[in-house]
Design a protein around this ligand. Structure first.
Ligand SMILES: Nc1ncnc2c1ncn2[C@@H]1O[C@H](COP(=O)(O)OP(=O)(O)OP(=O)(O)O)[C@@H](O)[C@H]1O
Length: 289
């Protein structure tokens, strides 16, 4: 379903992807972890041609992405590959079901889409997708009456309504509380498994990656550091992935331990016992925060 070989992407002198290889089977839920700036979003963007890779071979949803230069080929790619973003990008004043139906726009004629004329089959499909994320009872409600987590599930239902072969999810739960985040990831995984849709999901939270990923890929400075089954992923590999960064969501507690003129001393504790340090945060940084 997805096969990437030697994918490279540069922005000027900045080599953001450096020879990425990746494989994913139908129905597989792949999580990509990595520190900020590792190239996770760029990787997803290259896969659906929002960005163009400089080198490498990419097959996504049965299409040769590198070869898809013509508009029609890119359109077909976007039809087969749906996106879910951190911010749900729903239209607030539309009803929930109409937002989901916008997932069908690529599959209906231009006139139908302008007039918002959807077939009964599209409506049925939209309702089925809402059912899969537990929101069928909200179908007629205005979307801006929903909570953030519910809106994100509408975004997932819309992606499902596209009948994609692949869903690329870029930090879909970054702004949600843990309970809601788990619900959203659970719905996404369950629906995609049932429908045989491959998911590549960028996450920052190691716990969610272990809980929901069929496989976890670690991306660091544009390179794949590891590609593991969740149970096989070691703490050493995670530490290597986040070396020099704040940690794999491993910061537990930051406590002020003393005030000094022009700043404050803080104790920073990690997840592991005895994993602690003190640091000084100076006044200008505090003001910015
Ligand atoms: N359109 C662009 N033009 C120039 N540089 C870019 C562009 N998009 C991304 N970059 C650079 O590519 C690098 C990787 O960015 P990317 O957003 O892919 O990382 P990321 O792993 O998704 O980070 P985060 O977790 O913070 O979202 C960064 O250095 C970023 O500044």
């Amino acid at each position: 379903m997805i096969r990437l070989r030697g994918v490279t992407k540069r922005f000027g002198d900045n080599a953001v992807l450096r020879g990425v290889d990746l494989d994913a089977k139908p129905g597989e839920f792949l999580v990509v972890l990595g520190p900020s700036g590792a190239g996770k979003s760029t990787l997803l963007r290259c896969m659906n041609r929002l960005a163009q890779a400089d080198e490498g071979a990419m097959t996504v949803a049965g299409l040769d992405v590198a070869a898809g230069r013509r508009a029609a080929q890119v359109r077909e790619l976007r039809r087969r590959v749906a996106m879910v973003f951190q911010h749900h990008h729903v239209v607030p004043r539309l009803s929930v079901v109409k937002n989901v139906l916008t997932g069908r726009l690529g599959a209906v004629s231009t006139w139908s889409s302008v007039l918002q004329l959807f077939r009964a089959a599209d409506l049925e499909l939209a309702m089925d997708c809402l059912e899969r994320v537990g929101l069928a009872h909200k179908a007629r409600d205005r979307t801006d009456s929903l909570s953030g987590g519910q809106m994100q599930r509408v975004g997932i239902a819309r992606a499902l309504a596209q009948r994609p072969q692949v869903i690329l999810a870029d930090e879909p739960v970054a702004s949600l509380d843990p309970h809601t985040a788990r619900r959203v990831l659970g719905d996404l995984r369950q629906a995609c498994r049932a429908l045989g849709i491959t998911v590549v999901c960028n996450l920052h939270q190691v716990d969610y990656a272990r809980e929901f990923g069929d496989r976890i890929v670690g991306l660091s400075q544009g390179r794949v550091l590891f590609d593991r089954l969740p149970d096989a992923l070691s703490e050493d590999e995670l530490n290597a992935l986040y070396a020099g960064h704040a940690g794999h969501a491993g910061l537990q507690l930051i406590t002020p331990v003393g005030g000094v003129e022009g700043g404050v001393d803080v104790r920073i504790e990690g997840r592991a016992e005895g994993d602690a340090t003190t640091a000084r945060v100076d006044a200008p940084a505090l003001k910015e925060a």
